[in-house]
Ligand binder design. Sequence first.
Ligand SMILES: N[C@@H](CCC(=O)N[C@@H](CS)C(=O)NCC(=O)O)C(=O)O
Length: 255
Amino acid sequence: MTDVALYHWEPNANSGKPMLALMEKGVAFDSHYLDLLNFDQHKPAYLAVNPLGTIPAMTHGDRVLTESTAIMEYVDEAFDGPRLMPGDPVDQWRVRWWMKFMDQWLGPSFSMIGWSIFIGPSVRQKDPAELEAAIERIPMPERRVAWRKAIGGTFSAEEMAESQRRVGLGIVFLEQALAKREWLASDSYSLADINGFNLAYALPLSQPTLSNDTLTPNIMRWLRAIYARPATKACWAMGRTPMAKRVAILEGKPA
Ligand SMILES: N[C@@H](CCC(=O)N[C@@H](CS)C(=O)NCC(=O)O)C(=O)O
């Protein structure tokens, strides 16, 4: 019996953050898989949980919690299990620095590339009238814009180039930080690592010329170490799409 329910899509980006935090803490939860490619997140049953129609959302008893990073912090505070926020104030600052950097600056760029190469091509063959009706049901205007661009393949060359530039710079920042310490923000595994893994787990596949064993050995070491954790393995085993299955690249031995 659990009074925790998580509404999520794949172990990836925002959905994967609370999934992995809950699993690291050993918190049992009822998993409600929403198929983002089938627009489940805009259907009345889910809008009753999160009227914004974005995933993830978590319920704990009668509390409804949204925003993936804030949910992770709640999970760490509200439940027993290994601490995912370090105790030292400077380490805490570094965890929050990375999470802000990833959520506000780097994550949206990974997301634009993912929506352009995976989400759009995965749905655009559906009936155009059905797609238009599905888009009209999206509560947030900015999400309607993202869906239209993904389906139409109309992210501009400038915005795609800017996203690629940010991803390239993010890889440099990650490699520099991971050359200094074992984990991203402190000497212990933390929410920053969970956040980062959700963005970066497929880097050696998605950005092979920028991230590989030769150019970014510390990122590769870090990704493999996170994927070797039992909670990560169990979490990514919940993936249903080819996107989450890309994590298998981390099973290979270093070159
Ligand atoms: N800032 C929010 C963003 C949530 C969000 O936009 N999630 C995406 C999936 S990663 C989503 O729900 N997209 C569905 C849609 O736009 O229809 C969070 O971190 O939870």
